[in-house]
Write a protein that binds this ligand. Structure first.
Ligand code: HEM
Length: 355
């Protein structure tokens, strides 16, 4: 899996090297969904070099170790402030407001539209699933439209009244002497906002379900035997929030696991399976928060698209977990949790718990 992620002959996109005709598995982009495709056009996730290299460099400048570490304290404060009392849905009432607040703080986006940001993101990521319905595609397109208008207005505000935040830095940034276009700004800000909470929220949901269903492991954390930051790696390994990423075969002569794969084919990378690889993990089916090499998981990807937000995600998840351990050591599942109906973005519909 790592070899595939690093192999430059496998790409997230093929449109820079060939036509839809040559890449037969590609479905033509539906023009009725243009507003959605426009927001994806410059997303780091879909770009390949040299465009990817340029925009990634710009974004990476904002994710310096210093700026990410400076979010540690705010993460702890937000985690404590937002933890509800009594009975609550760990996803909707805690993980979502927390994670959106953290990414908004990093970007300098106000949180008064947090509910809209979550709704837009939830609608848009349905387009990454393998079985997107017509109704979902229509909703994703509407969300993309509204999200775009919101980001264009926000960028306009920062242009006329600059602040010390990431949105302002992106608005003012220059690549080879040229500013980002509105389309590039929109894609970049949207991918950061969406990627910045979807996976983190589902890691908390999937991870807390694993912990509360394995009370012995929860106890090891409550007793201080295991550092929450180390346990986060096992949460991601055990039940990763992102299950599938695809790559196009861009060149001839590619082999995957010893099998030839022709140019134009699509390869599915199954992260959940790789994280249970017995060649990497001893007893991979066991959930063990003290697992020594849990951080060998593939959860953050690899190669040029490796998750740019991983250092933030780690700090954010450790702060939330530590808060739950300190403030809600007796946390219990209230009823049987329900999975949502998605696969690629793998998570729960709700996780009702009692403090
Ligand atoms: C537990 C939480 C997270 C997980 C498991 C995760 C996982 C991933 C993975 C697997 C990729 C690579 C996709 C590919 O190879 O095709 C990725 C890319 C990315 N992630 Fe994350 N992510 C998480 C949190 C975050 C956060 C908090 C942010 C933002 C601050 C973020 C922003 C991004 C961006 C912008 C990319 C695209 C990078 C590129 O294509 O160059 N992620 N993430």
């Amino acid at each position: 899996m790592r070899a595939c992620l690093r192999d430059r002959r496998l790409g997230r996109n093929f449109r820079h090297v060939g036509s839809e005709h040559e890449f037969a598995a590609a479905e033509p982009l539906d023009p009725r969904r243009q507003a959605f495709w426009d927001t994806e056009r410059w997303s780091l996730l879909w770009l390949e070099p040299p465009e990817h290299t340029r925009i990634r460099k710009l974004v990476a400048a904002a994710f310096t170790p210093r700026s990410v570490v400076s979010l540690r304290q705010p993460c702890h404060e937000l985690a404590r402030e937002l933890l509800p009392e009594g009975e609550f849905d760990l996803l909707r009432d805690y993980a979502q407001p927390y994670s959106i607040a953290v990414i908004c703080r990093l970007l300098g986006v106000p949180t008064d539209r947090a509910r809209d940001l979550l709704d837009w993101s939830h609608a848009m990521v349905k387009m990454y699933e393998l079985d997107t319905s017509e109704v979902q595609a229509v909703a994703a397109t509407k969300a993309a439209h509204e999200f775009r208008d919101y980001v264009v207005a926000l960028a306009g505000e920062r242009r006329s009244e600059p602040r010390d935040d990431l949105v302002t830095r992106l608005v003012e940034a220059r690549i080879d002497g040229e500013r980002l276009t509105d389309a590039q700004l929109v894609s970049t800000i949207i991918v950061l906002l969406n990627a910045g909470h979807e996976a983190t929220v589902n890691t908390l949901g999937n991870g807390m379900l694993a912990l509360l269903s394995h009370p012995d492991q929860w106890r090891r954390l409550v007793d201080g035997e295991i550092d929450p930051a180390a346990a986060v790696e096992e949460l991601i390994r055990w039940d990763p929030p992102l299950q599938l990423f695809e790559r196009w075969v861009l060149s001839d002569g590619v082999e995957v696991a010893g099998r030839p794969v022709p140019r134009g084919a699509k390869v599915a990378l199954l992260f959940g399976a790789a994280n249970r690889d017995p060649r990497v993990f001893d007893g991979p089916e066991a959930f063990d928060v003290g697992r020594a090499n849990a951080d060998a998981h593939i959860g953050f990807g690899g190669g040029i698209h490796v998750c740019i937000g991983a250092p933030l995600a780690r700090i954010e998840l450790a702060a939330a977990l530590q808060t739950l351990l300190e403030r809600a050591p007796g946390l219990q599942l209230q009823d049987e949790p329900r999975r949502n109906d998605a696969f690629v973005i793998w998570g729960l519909e709700s996780l009702r718990v009692t403090r």
